[in-house]
Design a binder for this molecule. Sequence first.
Ligand code: COA
Length: 340
Amino acid sequence: MFEKGAKSGGDLESAQAKNKALEEAGAIVPTSFEGLEPAIKIAFQKLVEDGVILPTQEIVPPSVPEDLSSAIKSGKVRAPTHIVSTICDDRGEEPTYAGVAMSTIIEKDFGVGDVISLLWFKRSLPRYCTKFIEMCILLCADHGPCVSGAHNTIVTSRAGKDLVSCLVSGLLTIGPRFGGAIDDAARYFKDANDRKLSPYEFVESMKGKGIRVPGIGHRIKSRDNRDKRVELLQQYARSHFPSVKYMEYAVIVETYTLSKASNLVLNVDGCIGSLFLDLLASCAMFSQQEIDEIIEIGYLNGLFVLARSIGLIGHTFDQRRLKQPLYRHPWEDVLYSKYV
Ligand code: COA
């Protein structure tokens, strides 16, 4: 519309000459920069009056919301969190497990039992407790290739599957009949002992309800073929725990069930379940409410799951190392019957 202060290259190129030329050509040329706005207004009104443009309604532009991160930074808002986590904090210089720095874990020579006590129970348990946890893991790491979990893992490995699939297919067999009765054993032994039921009352009331006593019974172990794992854990607890009242209760229940059948021994699940009750009750680090919550949530099967993962991973590698082909169950080992 106008040229102000344009670089002069001669009379014809001066700002005045250019403005004049523009004016003559019909352009609106304000005399100063300040005159630009009124000139636009006048030009606009004229175009409206002449019907060249139709004025539209003014739109109020929507206000742009404030950026969340700058609002949080300035302390104006607090965003809701979607996850609550209380066991491990990785935001500082080094991660902490229940408040204990990783360097402390290494410096103080913590073992896996200490790490479990921090991450599962959110406290540092005394050494005799963490040693007991470690013994459970060592003794339950594997139990040969014929048990349900290892068998599944071996078959899966021979089908050419990856490590995680092999591990998970073994872990998925853990349940009420195989390795997954620790929590139930703790629940039932605690309830029966706290209610002062005699072994007869306890076992027979379970039978009346059609429930097998969790922690009792084994496929191959019996009165004359004791489970070494159970013996070792019992020996340790008897000499290190302040009290083993729940385990003693489980043992008198076993005496009663053995009078019915010789394979109705206290199995490793029942042994760990009852001894963990003793650990929780006698170390004076848990309230009654916390013990009930641990039993209710079901922490204890986690010990077997963790331990047996070691063996299942071992079986996966073993099959691969041996380059075992796809497994197929032999026909001779299946009873094909129309009469069942
Ligand atoms: N409580 C009461 N009775 C039991 C029992 C238990 N825990 N376990 C087995 N029995 C009885 C059965 O009822 C059966 O009696 P019946 O013939 O009168 O019906 C008899 O003992 C034999 O049962 P059987 O199924 O042949 O035993 P099994 O050797 O196949 O079972 C277990 C082994 C471990 C699956 C079984 O004892 C059981 O379910 N135990 C409870 C769960 C448990 O602790 N699992 C973890 C194992 S590590």
